[in-house]
Every structure is written in structure tokens, then in C-alpha cells.
Design a protein around this ligand. Structure first.
Ligand SMILES: *Cc1c(COP(=O)(O)O)cnc(C)c1O
Length: 439
């Protein structure tokens, strides 16, 4: 961790970046993952390959995705209903391949992972199990300005339990004049309200600021207050290292269309810590896919849950959706998650470095980076607060073939991702912004 402090100031940092175009190209030449870019379709803008920095919103399609989907479609054509058992990838057990593929990214055991439904649905299902308010312990603690879907989910869960969300939901906000929530403030809020908190539920990586929360210490604080602790990992999975099992996190959920590249509305995932798998007191909403396989087709009337995260499944697996996830996770396996993380850190450090140089060449500090710089407090995404010419910069970037996104009132989010973005793209991004600001 010591290296990080020298990376904080930008400029002369740990990586010793060379600020020239050649410097960027040199890093691309030395990049072991560079070849993976060719496994993806890069969107075309103004007649040429765009600089696509929105993998945090929707990851790109791998070139193999169509083959995976077509192959599973062919089994349906060939076998009809018997494809459940006779297909090349029998549908009945199709989902069982995923926990093994995802365990290294989540730091979870295979039994703790299930691929099912979509994100907000999974969040609701998990809250049914882990948010059981009582008269004295009824609060949900979350970060302020959580992703809107999460806010709506939490509010409606409070109402479902007959509570007023304004009383049940406790938000921890950044201090006045600051953009990110301090970890110490989250921990302090947990201990201050400890007796009344039923569950702590936080976005592992904030979608707006790109801040990675210290999930380990938050989980420990929640547990010592007697509360459950869960995370929405939509912006974390495939992006930052996770160690859910060791941290003792009770539950988590994520979507697969951001860093996991499984396509719009892709099948999502959930994690439930082992210690809860055999607890009969834990309420859950049940469906036939969650019951033990040997009993499922007996069509009995008694729900007998699988004693793993699979026991939270409700419905028949969405095959085509899973084919796309299968394609994209194969790329992660080929590249190796540790290699992906290593490049991600270098790429985002280079983006911080590039942004610092923009300020240095402007007459005033025209941009502020709100994403924390410390290596363990950010992933691929860097959020840039435009002090001047915000919309103009965003429009100018788009005009120059860069796809980033804009969040009101004045933030540009840019996420160079290691599997398909390059150092040269980050360099070009910086040059375009500089030209707009200096005009
Ligand atoms: C992307 C995202 C969502 C979206 O939820 P869906 O159910 O997939 O539409 C929800 N929460 C967070 C934190 C997100 O980043």
C-alpha cells in the first residue's frame, strides 16, 4: 500500500508515465491483454471506431456471443423440450457452470453464488430474507445518492413492512463541500444507530463517483452492531477485487451487463454467505427452481430448498440470456482476472495522470476529479467534475468520436476498461479535452 501515496499527487507517480503519444503506444505494445480488444465489437461513431469509455454502463459485445447464442438456439431447434436434458449444454444445469467461473471475481465459494433474474429483482429477493424489521431494529443504512433503483427498492421494502421510508432509511452523506462519503462516517453512523439498524446495504462502488467502499470494515461494523450487511455490486463485479466470503458479507447482488459484458438486461447474480444456507428461519420467496432437483419434478406441494445460494432461485433459467453470459465469462477466464485487475489499475492511474496534465496546461483548475485516487478506492471509472465548459466538453468529445456519459449537473464519467480499451485512447481523450478547454 505504500506505493500508493506517491501515486496520489499525479505527475511523477509510481508508474513513471511518459506523457507523449509514443509513451501511450509503448504501453499498449507491452500490454499482455492488448489482443483481447479484437475479441470485441467496438461501436462505430462518425464512420470510425469510437473511443468507448462507457463499459461501466454497458459492456461491449464479444465476437463469440452470437455463436454461443446460436448454438443454444440450435439445440432448442433440434431437441424441443428434451433440450433441458439432451442439449449439448443441457438447460437444466446450464446455470451451474457460472459459480465456478465467477468465484475468483467475487471471492466467494461456488455454493454462495447463483446466477438468476435481474439486479433489482435480486435485491428485492435478498431484502426479503435479510431485512426483517422488528419494533426496535428496523432501519436500513445506505449511502446517500445510491443508484435510484436501489433507493426505490429500499423505500418499497420499508413500505412492504408497514414502515415510513423516511424513518426507516438512514443515509450517510458526504461532508459539506466534499464529494465522497468518508468510510469513517459510515462506520460512525453504524455504531451510533447500531441498535436500530436491521441491515446495512451499500453500493460496493458508487455509480456516480466511482468510489469503492471499504466493504470489509463496513461489514465488520454492521456485524458488531448486530445487523446484516449486503452490497449492490453492479459497478464492482469484474471491476475491482472482492473477497465477499472472507469479509463475511451476508448477501450481495449484481448485474452482468456492465463490466461483465453479457448484454442489455443480461441475467444477473446473487451471493449469499454459506452461514445462511441452512437457516430455516430465514424467510424467502420461493419458486420451483429453488427446490431440490430430485424433488423438483415430483411436482409436490412442499418447498424443500437447495442448501446453497441456488435455493433462492425461482424460475426456469433464461437460456439465451445465459448463453451470452457464458460467452463473456469465457473471455474473463482466458484473460485471467488478476491480469485484468493489474491492467485496470495501470489504465486508470494513467487516466488520473492525463487529467492532471490537462489542469496543468489550463490557466485555471477547469476540472476536478471526484473519484478517489487511492488504488483501492476506485476501479475503472473516473468521474470528472467540470468546473467550466461541461456540456461543451461532453458534446465536443462525442463530436470527436468519444462515448462517455454525462450526469447532471456537471459530471463526465469515463471508464477505460482493460479488456478492450487502450492507453492510446486515454491519451487521445486527454488531448481532445485539452483542445476544447483551451479554445
Ligand atoms: C446499473 C444498476 C442498477 C440497474 O438495475 P437493473 O435491475 O439491472 O435495471 C441498479 N443498481 C445499481 C447500483 C446499478 O449500478
Amino acid at each position: 500500500m505504500q506505493q500508493q501515496s506517491s501515486a496520489l499527487e499525479g505527475g511523477d507517480d509510481t508508474y513513471g508515465f511518459d506523457s507523449t503519444l509514443n509513451g501511450a503506444r509503448h504501453m499498449d505494445q507491452g500490454d499482455r491483454l492488448a489482443g483481447f480488444r479484437n475479441e470485441f465489437y467496438i461501436p462505430i461513431l462518425h464512420g470510425k471506431e469510437s473511443i468507448y469509455f462507457t463499459g461501466n454502463s454497458l459492456g461491449l459485445q464479444t465476437k463469440s456471443t452470437q455463436d454461443y447464442v446460436l448454438s443454444d438456439l440450435q439445440d432448442w431447434a433440434n431437441f424441443g423440450v428434451e433440450g433441458h436434458f439432451l442439449g449439448r449444454n443441457p438447460w437444466i444445469s446450464y446455470h451451474e457452470r457460472f459459480p465456478k467461473m465467477m468465484a475468483p471475481m467475487l471471492g466467494a465459494t461456488e455454493e454462495e453464488i447463483v446466477i438468476m433474474n435481474q439486479l433489482t429483482i435480486n435485491l428485492h429477493l435478498l431484502l426479503v430474507s435479510f431485512y426483517r424489521p422488528t419494533k426496535h431494529r428496523y432501519k436500513i443504512l445506505c449511502e446517500s445518492k445510491a443508484f435510484p433503483s436501489d433507493q426505490y427498492a429500499l423505500q418499497s421494502q420499508a413500505r412492504l413492512s408497514g414502515l415510513d421510508p423516511r424513518e426507516a432509511i438512514l443515509e450517510v452523506a458526504p461532508r459539506p463541500g466534499e464529494s465522497i462519503v468518508r468510510n469513517e462516517d459510515i462506520i460512525a453512523a453504524i455504531s451510533e444507530h447500531g441498535n436500530s439498524i436491521a441491515v446495512v446495504m451499500i453500493g460496493g462502488v458508487n455509480y456516480y463517483t466511482g468510489q469503492v467502499f471499504d466493504m470489509e470494515s463496513i461489514t465488520a461494523a454492521a456485524h458488531s452492531a448486530g445487523a446484516f450487511c449486503g452490497f449492490d455490486l453492479a459497478h464492482a463485479v469484474g471491476n475491482v477485487p472482492l473477497d465477499l466470503h472472507r469479509w463475511g458479507v451476508d448477501f450481495a447482488c449484481w448485474c452482468s451487463y456492465k463490466y461483465l459484458n453479457a448484454g442489455p438486461g443480461a441475467v444477473a447474480g446473487a451471493y449469499i454467505h454459506q452461514r445462511h444456507h441452512t437457516n430455516p428461519a430465514l424467510l424467502r420467496l420461493a419458486g420451483w427452481s429453488g427446490t431440490k432437483p430430485e424433488k423438483r419434478f415430483l411436482m409436490g406441494n412442499e418447498f424443500d430448498p437447495i442448501l446453497s445460494a441456488d435455493g433462492w432461485q425461482l424460475s426456469t433459467t433464461p437460456l439465451l440470456n445465459m448463453s451470452a453470459l457464458n460467452a463473456s465469462l469465457h473471455i474473463f477466464q482466458e484473460a485471467g482476472f488478476a491480469n485484468i485487475l493489474m491492467k485496470a489499475r495501470r489504465l486508470s492511474a494513467y487516466l488520473f495522470f492525463t487529467l492532471d496534465r490537462i489542469n496543468a496546461s489550463c490557466p485555471r483548475k477547469m476540472i476536478d476529479v471526484i473519484t478517489p485516487r487511492q488504488e483501492d478506492q476506485h476501479g475503472c471509472q473516473v468521474s470528472i467534475l467540470m468546473n467550466e465548459k461541461g456540456k461543451e466538453t461532453f458534446d465536443g468529445l462525442r463530436g470527436s468520436g468519444v462515448i462517455v456519459d454525462w450526469r447532471e449537473p456537471n459530471v463526465i464519467r469515463a471508464a477505460p476498461v482493460p479488456l478492450y480499451n487502450t492507453f492510446e485512447e486515454v491519451y487521445t481523450f486527454g488531448e481532445i479535452i485539452k483542445a476544447i478547454l483551451l479554445k
